[in-house]
Design a protein around this ligand. Structure first.
Ligand SMILES: Cc1cc2nc3c(=O)[nH]c(=O)nc-3n(C[C@H](O)[C@H](O)[C@H](O)COP(=O)(O)OP(=O)(O)OC[C@H]3O[C@@H](n4cnc5c(N)ncnc54)[C@H](O)[C@@H]3O)c2cc1C
Length: 429
């Protein structure tokens, strides 16, 4: 296949945002997707807790208020309403793609609860909801003859001229080869920034590349300092990605304990508040972690709802049915991003963004648990409906590739740009 031909659409990222966009672009459009690692190495596969949905019209106010309160009322209320109102149709679509959410004996959907939620409204599949959703979408995309996925290929930059995007500079990470890819519209869906942090639940290759690329090309970004720390990741001295202990274990009754074996906070407050309480307790106790006791959840729910967490802790030497585990806060999610409108448009023509890379105002200063898969999917679909309106472009501007040849230097530059902008925003707030 000639990759360097002109494509209709270029999508950087194969998480839920990239995949759902590809699935909703016009049938027959020629689509190229890029994935920096293997296509299934995305945070979307790691999501444990679940995905929120508006269960019934009478929960609109509660769901809206919970999202706004968690976000410290810095959320865009129109974006929040749009996400919530889109959720029932989106869940029906996911079920149509084969996603199996947990159901009770009568076949009705089951709902769980996480911190910040005033009632259970989260759909789940064991403790591997992200894997269930993303692998169904991936299967659907792989069946489309018009979509080509390039694995181990990264977007190194976009090709932009006169305020318009004409595609991107791509690096084949196996051969090192650099080449231009031209497209009528491009979607940035490269996920979060956890790879820039020493301790994070994210995959290490998620380093916010699209943010730096956007800044470098004068595309608006915002709130780069809005980073969510998850209160409970498994404490380990080992290097690498931190293993998440989903908030829904606390939703199902797990409690946090200090060194004296006593509870020290309300475990179901929003994440930033629980994180603050844990840090204060660690300081008071002089420890590197606090304990999380899953025993109140009960053996049946532990094994039935949280089999992956159960197995992981066993491998680490803890049987959560019998004893508490050490947990510590770690970087988890990024609320800021490339600024987009209700249709995922950036301020550059022919350039869109969706998923964790984008900032559409839904999350405000702090994301409510289990809102990000939903938000990513909704905005990716909206972007897919909007991208074709950019029309055809005859332009394929030449791009000099030499400035991208030193990958390590480019990555260091990009990381520095993101850190400096985050610091500047934090200082200005
Ligand atoms: C452990 C964990 C648990 C979570 N649990 C939940 C949950 O229960 N509910 C919930 O709603 N959310 C949860 N989240 C958050 C949620 O999973 C993510 O916000 C969401 O999946 C982001 O999707 P995405 O498509 O934007 O990015 P990702 O799924 O991260 O995909 C990013 C893609 O971009 C690619 N990429 C990166 N850089 C480049 C580049 N330069 N060029 C080309 N490709 C690139 C990657 O290879 C990858 O394919 C969780 C996150 C983690 C880490």
């Amino acid at each position: 296949m000639n990759i360097q031909k002109k494509w209709d659409f270029l999508i950087a990222g194969t998480g839920v945002a990239g995949l759902n966009c590809a699935l909703h672009l016009p049938a027959g459009a020629e689509i190229l997707m890029l994935s920096k690692d293997a296509a299934d190495k995305s945070d979307s596969f790691l999501a444990q807790g679940g995905i929120c949905v508006l269960r019934s019209p009478d929960d609109f106010h509660g769901y809206f208020e919970d999202t706004m309160r968690a976000g410290h009322y810095e959320n865009d209320p129109e974006a929040v309403e749009l996400m919530i109102r889109s959720s029932p149709a989106l869940i029906r679509e996911l079920i149509g793609f084969g996603v199996r959410f947990a159901r009770d004996e009568s076949g009705a959907l089951r709902y769980t609860r996480e911190g910040g939620h005033s009632r259970p409204r989260i759909l789940f599949h064991d403790d591997v909801t992200g894997k269930e959703i993303t692998s169904c979408l991936m299967r659907a995309v792989r069946r489309l003859p018009n979509v080509h996925i390039l694995e181990y290929c990264e977007l190194a930059d976009i090709i932009a001229e006169d305020g318009e995007c004409f595609g991107g500079v791509v690096r084949d990470l196996k051969s090192g080869q650099l080449f231009p890819v031209y497209a009528d519209a491009t979607l940035l869906a490269t996920g979060g920034v956890g790879g820039l942090w020493e301790n994070s639940t994210n995959y290490r290759h998620l380093t916010g590349d699209a943010l730096a690329i956007a800044m470098k090309n004068g595309v608006e970004v915002e709130h780069l300092d809005y980073v969510q720390i998850h209160p409970t990741t498994f404490y380990s001295e080992k290097h690498g990605r931190r293993f998440l202990i989903s908030e829904s274990v606390r939703g199902e009754g797990a409690v946090l304990l200090g060194a004296d074996g006593r509870r020290f906070c309300n475990e179901l407050l929003p994440r930033d508040i629980v994180t603050g309480e844990i840090r204060a307790q660690m300081q008071k106790d002089g420890t590197k972690y606090v304990m999380l006791d899953l025993r109140p959840v009960g053996e049946e729910t532990i094994c039935g709802h949280f089999p992956t967490i159960f197995r992981h802790c066993l491998e680490e030497g803890y049987d959560v049915r019998k004893e508490p585990i050490p947990v510590v806060p770690a970087q988890h999610y990024f609320m800021g991003g490339v600024k987009v409108d209700k249709d995922g448009r950036t301020n550059m023509k022919r350039l869109y963004a969706a998923g964790e890379t984008a900032c559409n105002g839904v999350h405000g200063k702090n994301r409510l648990a289990s809102n990000s898969l939903l938000e990513s999917l909704v905005w990716a679909e909206r972007a897919a409906f909007s991208m074709p309106s950019e029309g055809k472009s005859a332009r394929m501007p030449e791009k000099e590739l030499a400035p991208y040849s030193d990958r390590a230097a480019l990555a260091a530059d990009y990381a520095k740009m993101i850190r400096e902008e985050a610091e500047r925003e934090a200082y200005c707030d």
